[in-house]
Write a protein that binds this ligand. Structure first.
Ligand code: GDP
Length: 456
């Protein structure tokens, strides 16, 4: 594909910063730099991938900024085209002026994700790698960024290629039998073909299954703190976060609005939400809060149901209990520093229980461990650093490929038409190609790149 125009965009976010970078890509990148830059060397004489000091000048030859400029010649650049990056001062006005200089000189403003799209179209990155670029930028935990970086470096793509290669081998054998039919050899060969493809289908299903973990890494996990007023929810939130953020008071019903904070547990980004106190009340604000708590309990990945261990259970506690689904609830018995007066026999539906004192920081290690344990169980990972699927699109493509392989395997057990078998294998290959972009339709590509930010 020929991309004739030269595009420009700021590569750093808007606002003030030590430096701001404007990126230019396309066949005229060097010429456009020559039009606006004055330094010891003209761009035509610059060594590729070296920084040069100079000034940007406007049409009236007035200095716009003092800069460092780098020219990265094709094909050794991010996009695979000639790329210029100008490091200027990181001010809103300066960046706007520098951008205008390049636009006046003949560049076009880049669309969101267009640099990465060009990298894809020029074969610098495949689609799974291009999608990983945005994951690296948006990662909210160490582990999430490692998984994204692995994908950017091609680990998922290599895995997909290994799958494809195996299918292609089987297809080649099959096609040989179609072209040169020999019944006896054909029947024998089918068993030989089926066994490895059976294993392959299992590997592909397992990879698709890693999406549970991938999604948790990417989107984070929502943990809701729920309980009647005054059991110590705000205190617990502060204790888990390690600093006071929610308002703690002696009076019941102060946390009317839900509070949300982010933290990282076992490498998973976690959204910790303090729901409004659950209580049957005529107070319109509070009952709205109860309704919201009900909705949030349904939507949360995990609910920390807090009860006050130093007091008997009340009707309000019962109301909170009713909002919780036992399978995704961790019972937190708070105020363990005081004499215990709560009848725990009524709470046996909740198999996971932890006693804590939010106020004095007791039992928090156990609580964190119990949360992590719950996450690990639900997401079927805890230590894997291998390839993890983070895109629903990738998972769906893998499952499509598995479906085709299964149809192939079923067909090999009965009377069989070799053409049909070959068709199923080709379908599986097409589905795998959706991950790396080889078979992805243009409109889907457009959609994927439009999710990127300007300048990426
Ligand atoms: P919320 O309404 O559920 O958010 O409860 P708060 O966090 O506002 O706490 C209500 C009251 O319980 C405050 O006076 C807290 O100091 C007290 N409290 C919270 N946790 C503990 C605890 O572990 N032990 C004791 N003794 N008091 C606590």
């Amino acid at each position: 594909m020929l991309l004739l125009d030269t595009i420009v965009a700021p590569a750093t976010p808007p606002g003030e910063g030590g430096i701001g970078i404007v990126r230019v890509s396309g066949p005229r990148a060097g010429d456009l730099l020559a039009a606006v830059y004055r330094g010891k060397l003209a761009p035509a004489e610059m060594a590729s991938h070296h920084l040069y000091h100079g000034h940007l000048l406007n049409r009236d030859h007035q200095r716009v900024d003092e800069v460092l400029a780098v020219l990265m010649r094709a094909p050794r650049s991010y996009t695979g085209e000639d790329v210029v990056e100008v490091h200027c001062h990181g001010g809103v006005q300066i960046l706007r002026c520098v951008l205008d200089l390049f636009l006046d000189a003949g560049a076009r403003m880049a669309e969101p994700g267009e640099f990465t799209q060009r990298a894809f179209l020029n074969g610098r990155l495949d689609l799974a790698q291009a999608e990983a670029v945005i994951e690296v930028i948006r990662a909210r935990s160490d582990r999430a960024s490692r998984v994204a970086l692995n994908q950017l470096e091609g680990q998922l793509s290599q895995q997909i290629h290994r799958f494809s290669e195996q299918i292609k081998e089987a297809l080649a054998l099959l096609e040989a039998h179609i072209d040169f039919p020999d019944d006896e050899v054909g029947t024998l060969a089918l068993d030989d073909l089926a066994a490895p493809l059976q294993l392959l289908a299992e590997d592909m299903s397992a990879l698709a299954g890693s999406f549970d973990v991938g999604r948790a890494l990417r989107e984070g996990i929502s943990v809701l703190i729920l309980g009647r007023p005054n059991v110590g929810k705000s205190s617990l939130m502060n204790a888990i976060l390690g600093e006071p953020r929610a308002i703690v008071t002696e009076f019941a019903g102060t946390t009317r609005d839900t509070l949300e904070e982010q933290l990282v547990l076992a490498g998973f980004p976690v959204r910790l939400v303090d729901a409004a106190g659950v209580r049957d009340t005529d107070d319109p604000i509070e009952s709205e809060g109860v309704q919201r708590a009900r909705d949030k309990a349904a939507a949360a990945d995990l609910v920390l149901l807090v009860v006050d261990g130093s007091a008997p259970l009340t009707d309000e506690d019962e109301l909170a209990l009713q909002l919780c689904h036992a399978g995704k609830t961790l019972l937190v018995i708070n105020k363990s520093d005081q004499a215990q007066a709560c009848d725990l026999s009524r709470l046996t539906t909740f198999s996971q229980q932890v006693a804590v004192s939010a106020k004095y920081g007791l039992g928090l290690t156990e609580l964190r461990a119990a949360i992590v344990d719950h996450l690990g169980k639900d997401t079927a990972l805890a230590g894997s650093e291998g390839v993890v699927i983070t895109e629903r699109r990738h998972r769906d493509a893998l499952l499509r490929a598995v479906t085709s392989l299964e149809a192939f395997l079923r067909a090999t057990t009965g009377p069989v038409h070799l053409e049909f078998l070959a068709l199923e294998l080709r379908e599986a290959l097409t589905a795998l190609g959706l991950v790396t972009g080889e078979t992805t339709p243009d409109e889907i590509l457009e959609q994927i790149f439009s999710r990127f930010c300007i300048g990426k």
